[in-house]
Design a protein around this ligand. Structure first.
Ligand code: ADP
Length: 497
């Protein structure tokens, strides 16, 4: 292995921390992963232990180096991608977190958000941030911490307390406390960042009661953020790429042109459409966000999030015990000629875009004495396709054109029955890349762009390799009939119905 021809990527996700080493062609050289403990102090609250995250980050980096049999000086660059919105405050002096991280899924600030909406701030917030006011984003979580941890607000006002999303915290620790920064994609999920001016916004800071002194510097996703302290792994690795997970996946899927779209199907699902250098304001409750910001140029995206995709399959496996493993959902679904009118609306934690109905709960419709576990498996997979179609319709209503293809990734796309049904229902070809781990690949590619390994987007796009492609192959009447059944099921599941 030639020195300096490798890129390291760190993917700090909701359920695990991973490091992956790539060569310049994007081939995986080695992988290390550690699960992350979920802390549930009360119903609806979700926390992570920052020290556990930091220690896992160091361990996985050491492990990938060891597994590949190379030393840190062989690394040209390090890229970081992370679970978005999760909020952490730590002391400037010494770097001690003052509380566990509050995870994006945590609902403790729902009431606080209702108050902000009640005070009439929704429109200003949507206009400036592109986001729908919700506990999901960081701002209300920061406010909660400042209000509930003794002395926190005063310390923040004095500039002694720092805020960061997980990327920022890891950057701070990796650089030995020398750098307090984040990238624009992570900043865009805080609800404090103006996506038009690309700056923290005083009016938003005022609304949420967040002192400016605690905020990180916002940089391009391919900036040179700093260098890893040489004491940690034996050499100073330049950190030249940072992006939130869905944004890194946009890069990993090479969605660099307006109209290109990717959808990641894991526990939940996230659909992002590149809208180019102009932000598109949604009138259909989608989010306007950054795709990425590279070399000073923000590129925007429309985003739709589905809260439950693979989690419905997990429920069949772990909750009902009707399937032995996630993979068996494929043969069960394929064993039926049709859905026989059985629909599952997986609103286990409410409905995401475009419904934003936190009080809806999951339901199954159309059960008869002939209904079997195959119907449940099929209905759980079908729901993923219908929800994707819901989002595409919302995007088109916001002015987007029908995509030429849908690039898919995430654990669920190993399921070929699902990929074909998705193509049938969304009426566009579904394209699976050779590497479905696009998030961590995207972090490595960003770091490569930052370090000058790749001169431009074309060089990165050339590395993207197609695997299987699924063409729509269904009678139009049948498609309409299936989707009408879904719309009926959704209407009956909505909390007001
Ligand atoms: P995350 O990153 O959100 O943890 P992954 O991308 O690892 O998720 O995907 C895991 C999810 O995909 C799980 O919810 C699992 O139930 C689902 N899954 C994995 N394999 C299959 C399969 N063959 N068919 C359907 N669902 C699957």
């Amino acid at each position: 292995m030639t020195n300096g021809s490798l890129i390291l990527a760190l993917d700090q996700g909701t359920t695990s921390t991973r490091a992956v080493m790539f060569d310049y062609q994007g081939t995986v050289i080695s992988v290390a992963q550690i699960e992350l403990r979920q802390i549930y102090p009360r119903p609806g609250w979700v926390e992570h232990d920052p020290e556990e995250i930091w220690s896992a980050a160091q361990d996985v980096i050491s492990d990938v180096l060891e597994r590949a049999g190379v030393t840190a000086d062989a690394m040209t660059a390090l890229g970081i991608t992370n679970q978005r919105e999760t909020t952490l405050l730590w002391e400037r002096a010494g770097g001690q977190p003052i509380h566990n991280a509050i995870v994006w899924q945590d609902r403790r600030t729902a009431e606080l958000c209702t108050e902000v909406v009640g005070a009439g701030h929704s429109e200003t917030i949507q206009a400036k941030t592109g986001l729908v006011v919700d506990a999901y984003f960081s701002a209300s979580k920061i406010r909660w911490l400042l209000n509930h941890v003794e002395g926190a607000r005063e310390a923040a006002e004095r500039g002694d307390l720092l805020f960061g999303t997980i990327d920022s915290f890891l950057l701070w620790r990796l650089t030995g406390g020398n750098v307090h920064a984040t990238d624009a994609t992570n900043a865009a999920r805080t609800m404090l960042f103006n996506i038009h001016t690309q700056e923290w916004d005083d009016e938003l800071l005022e609304i949420w009661g967040v002192p400016r002194a605690m905020l990180p510097v916002v940089r391009d996703s391919n900036a040179h953020f700093g260098d890893v302290q040489p004491e940690l792994f034996g050499a100073a690795i330049p950190i030249t790429g940072i992006a939130g997970d869905q944004h890194a996946a946009m890069v990993g899927q090479a969605c660099f042109e307006p109209g290109m779209m990717k959808s990641t199907y894991g526990t939940g699902a996230f659909l992002l459409l590149n809208t180019g250098i102009t932000p598109v304001t949604s009138t259909n409750r989608l989010l306007t966000t950054l795709a990425y910001r590279i070399n000073g140029q923000p590129t925007y995206a429309l985003e739709g999030s589905i809260f439950s995709a693979g989690s419905a399959i997990q429920w069949l496996r772990d909750g009902l015990g009707t399937i032995p493993d996630a993979g068996s959902s494929e043969s069960l679904a394929a064993s039926l000629d049709g859905n026989d009118g059985v629909y599952l609306v997986p609103a286990f934690t409410g409905l995401g875009a475009p419904y934003w109905d936190p009080d809806a709960r999951a339901a199954v419709f159309g059960i008869t004495r002939d209904t079997s576990r195959s119907h449940f498996a099929r209905a759980a997979l079908e729901a993923v396709a219908y929800q994707t179609r819901d989002l595409l319709i919302a995007m088109q209503a916001d002015g987007a054109t029908r995509p030429v293809e849908l690039r898919v990734d995430g654990g669920m796309v190993l399921n070929e029955w699902l990929c074909q049904f998705l193509a049938d229902i969304v009426q566009c070809p579904v394209q699976r890349p050779a590497n479905i781990e696009t998030t961590v690949l995207g972090a490595a590619l960003l770091a490569g762009l930052g370090a000058g390994v790749y001169p431009d987007f074309e060089a990165v796009a050339d590395l993207w390799t197609a695997d299987l492609r699924y063409e729509p192959n269904i009678d139009e009447g049948e498609r309409d009939r299936l989707y009408a059944g879904w719309q009926d099921a959704i209407a009956r599941t909505r909390s007001g119905s």
